[in-house]
Design a protein around this ligand. Structure first.
Ligand SMILES: Nc1ncnc2c1ncn2[C@@H]1O[C@H](COP(=O)(O)OP(=O)(O)OP(=O)(O)O)[C@@H](O)[C@H]1O
Length: 281
């Protein structure tokens, strides 16, 4: 079983974040030292993490921990808070309560620009609206994850799109791609920097089985390379392959512990989360 408990290293990790030269993303350093070996480090720890909209809806205080290389699926009905959870974990929303550490950095102690920097360097996100740049072509959208001087990342962007069955469409303007093709571009963009954390909102919705399998393969590859991967999904097939499963209902996040084919590891993780919740009251 992976041990996903950790101590949040506020000041030390913050120094590390500030000390990174702009030309050397943390993900690149990981790649150069160990291209495929998963790191045992903790990628994400959320404690009593919550958010309340003016309407009163949102996410009730939730605990969640993911180790590098671990995958998690979050399922729940419309309006249950899935996108809110993803926006919190992706540092898009600032929590109303609780704490969130990404890769050992306590995000609550960061300035807005440091949060942006941490998000750009360590997190890959596939949002529901995808957020692609329609004036760029497919590979440019993927490479744009590296920032304004993205041309030097042309090769890796094109290769990744090829892995996703988009080899013949790499030069096609995004405006001329189908919804499913755009979805694969968004997944490639989230994965291309080998982030510590990959978040995806319904990454296989609208895809035919063959292309859904390509997307699942790309996300599995992210985990194999050491990313923690958290998906919001209604796809039972993809959820059942994840190390952990969670249900969200009316803003309450709970581990799913009665999954028929869940591995003993994920069952144990669910029990650990429950125990942690009880401890925290
Ligand atoms: N900007 C907002 N202001 C007020 N309430 C909001 C806002 N955004 C979302 N909500 C409410 O918060 C709750 C959770 O919304 P959220 O979008 O996280 O749900 P979801 O599970 O992602 O839904 P879906 O599956 O339909 O995308 C809902 O009741 C929603 O109406």
């Amino acid at each position: 079983m992976r041990d996903a408990t950790c101590t949040v290293r506020g000041p030390v990790a913050l120094t590390r974040l500030r000390g990174l030269p702009p030309s050397c993303p943390a993900s690149d350093r990981r790649r150069s030292s160990s291209p495929v070996t998963p790191s045992p480090q903790v990628a994400l720890v959320a404690q009593r993490l919550g958010f309340t909209y003016a309407s009163g809806a949102g996410l009730k205080p939730a605990d969640l921990a993911l180790a590098s290389g671990e995958t998690a699926a979050v399922e729940g009905p419309s309006g249950s808070g899935k996108s809110t959870l993803l926006a919190l974990l992706g540092l898009i929303l600032t929590p109303s309560t609780g704490s969130l550490a990404i890769s050992g950095t306590d995000t609550g102690s960061l300035t807005p620009s440091e949060r942006d920097l941490l998000r750009r360097r360590e997190i890959g996100i596939v949002l529901q609206d995808l957020g692609l740049l329609t004036f760029l072509n497919a590979w440019e959208n993927v490479a744009a994850a590296f920032g304004p001087r993205f041309g030097r990342h042309r090769g890796v962007a094109r290769d990744l799109l090829g892995d996703l069955g988009m080899g013949e469409l790499v030069d096609r303007p995004v405006a001329e791609l189908s919804g499913g093709q755009r979805q694969r571009v968004a997944v490639a963009r989230a994965a291309v920097k080998r982030p510590v954390l990959v978040l995806a909102d319904e990454p296989t919705s609208g895809l035919d089985p063959k292309n859904a399998d390509l997307v699942k393969g790309a996300l599995r590859a992210c985990a194999a390379q050491g990313a923690a991967v958290l998906l919001v999904t209604h796809d039972r097939g993809i959820a059942e392959t994840c190390d952990r499963r969670y249900a969200l209902d009316e803003g309450v996040l709970s581990p799913v512990s009665s999954v028929s084919n869940a591995s003993s590891a994920s069952m144990e993780n669910a029990r650990t989360d429950n125990a942690r919740k009880e401890k925290l009251g």
